[in-house]
Write a protein that binds this ligand. Structure first.
Ligand SMILES: C[S@@+](CC[C@H](N)C(=O)[O-])C[C@H]1O[C@@H](n2cnc3c(N)ncnc32)[C@H](O)[C@@H]1O
Length: 434
């Protein structure tokens, strides 16, 4: 069934919303013809643009509209910022009993293209390699505008290598549906320190010829790793098998050097991450005598950047290699007051003793576990600085923290991911002593 829709807003995934239907690649101000594709989920498919939103631009990427990577690339950058800022204001506006000037304007990304230090690509049918489009299709990407020219060259080399070695893709080994081994490749590239590493993720069908790849590609990269993903889940993560060259990435943020294990999280937009650290530092406003708890600490970027202003910093991170390396990163940067505990925050926080003046929260998209929020309510830090890549779950968690007497003092959205609907938001919460 096709129909005409006037797009007035976005849903949580950044899809245009018209008469309750979510239609990808449409924006407020568009009038479109669309067909209903899922009645239950209320999603539609764009068929024809009848009248264009004044916020639209012609993006330089020829894959726009097919590739699922940058669904907001058809929006002018000022409009992307405006919509992100409005979303944060709509979520937190009513909870700010303070001057609107403390609702800080969104900070644009320093670079609009080639800003990512990590991209995860999937192998597709006929030796294609690229990004997903919809549920199953893989769009062959010869040039991605989000990483770098060098990384594009690597993709092309990899495509050639898999077709030369006849390494078929895992999901799409047509016509006889026999699955090949190739699942994903993760390309990680330092923006402040010139180095690139690859993680090739396959099924356990056959041994991946890693040494042969290393021979063919070491003029472009500093290390290659092979991992196996046994899970049917379509994710770019697996059990590490072997590596040649570096099995870690080197990157620096705000003058601090980081060694990042091949499969550990690191802030994706290096230059904007430096701004994030600056804001967290301003919000925490440490005096030098505080004990700081950095929850969901990863390789330590936030905790280490604050260590020279605190008495002691403790990080908590479930990814053990990342937790260990955050301590190594402390040594690498001559930081002596940092340590990290490896494990899930919800388990570790139960038995933490001592007083913590300030807590940093930087959880993954689902937000903070309720038990952790309750325990924070018992610890009663004077300040909480909450950085989030999902303001919707952040809002939910902040409402719980408010029940323990915390109030929002500052709210700073920043754009980590231009041309996508993702929003990063940092909130300062303070507890009024009664
Ligand atoms: C958004 S990242 C933040 C990392 C770090 N703060 C940084 O800036 O690089 C979230 C981190 O939380 C970790 N994580 C996810 N769930 C966790 C849990 N339940 N307990 C501890 N760490 C967890 C992930 O491994 C990841 O490193």
């Amino acid at each position: 069934m096709t129909n005409q829709y006037e797009i007035k807003d976005f849903d949580e995934r950044g899809r245009g919303l018209g008469q309750g239907l979510a239609i990808p690649f449409t924006y407020p101000g568009d009038i479109v013809e669309a067909e209903l594709v899922n009645h239950r989920k209320k999603t539609g498919k764009l068929l024809k643009l009848l009248s264009l939103s004044p916020h639209r631009q012609n993006p330089p990427c020829p894959l726009f509209g097919k590739c699922g990577g940058c669904s907001w690339h058809g929006l002018k950058y000022e409009a992307q910022l405006k919509f992100k800022e409005e979303k944060v204001k709509a979520l937190f506006g009513d909870s700010l009993p303070i001057s609107p000037s403390l609702h800080l304007p969104i900070l644009p990304s320093p670079h609009l293209y080639y800003y990512r230090n990590r991209m995860d690509y999937a192998f597709g049918p006929n030796y294609t390699l690229g990004l997903k489009s919809g549920r199953d299709d893989i769009i062959n990407v010869e040039k991605c505008w989000l990483t770098s020219e060098k990384s594009n060259k690597i993709l092309n080399r990899l495509r050639y290598f898999t077709s030369w070695k006849k390494l078929k893709s895992y999901k799409y080994a047509l016509p006889n549906k026999i699955r090949g081994p190739m699942r994903h490749v993760v390309v990680r590239e330092g923006k402040n320190i010139d180095n690139i590493i690859l993680n090739i993720i396959t099924s356990d069908k056959e041994e991946f010829p890693l040494e042969a790849l290393w021979e063919k590609i070491q003029d472009l990269v500093q290390g290659v790793t092979w991992s196996i993903n046994l899970s049917p889940a379509d994710r770019s993560y697996g059990e590490t098998q072997k590596s040649f060259g570096q099995d870690y990435l080197m990157e620096s943020l705000a003058g601090i050097k980081f060694k990042i294990p091949v499969q550990s999280f690191f802030q994706t937009n290096t230059h904007q991450a430096e701004k994030l650290l600056q804001i967290v530092k301003e919000f925490a406003a440490l005096q030098g005598n505080e004990t700081l708890l950095d929850l969901y600490s990863g390789t330590g970027s936030i905790g280490l950047s604050l260590a020279n202003q605190a008495k002691q910093v403790i990080g908590v991170e479930e990814n053990e290699p990342a937790a260990k390396l955050s301590e190594e990163n402390a040594k690498l940067n001559n930081i002596n007051n940092y340590s990290a505990l490896a494990g899930r925050v919800e388990n570790i926080i139960k038995s933490l003793e001592g007083k913590f003046n300030t807590i940093i929260l930087d959880p993954p998209r689902p937000g903070v576990n309720k038990k952790v929020l309750n325990k924070i309510g018992e610890i009663k830090p004077g300040k909480i600085v909450y950085a989030s890549c999902n303001p919707f779950t952040q809002k939910h968690d902040v409402e719980i923290l408010k029940e323990f007497g915390y109030e929002i003092k500052k709210c700073q959205p920043l754009d980590m991911f231009p041309h996508t609907p993702h929003i990063e938001n940092i909130i300062l919460l303070q507890r009024e002593e009664k």
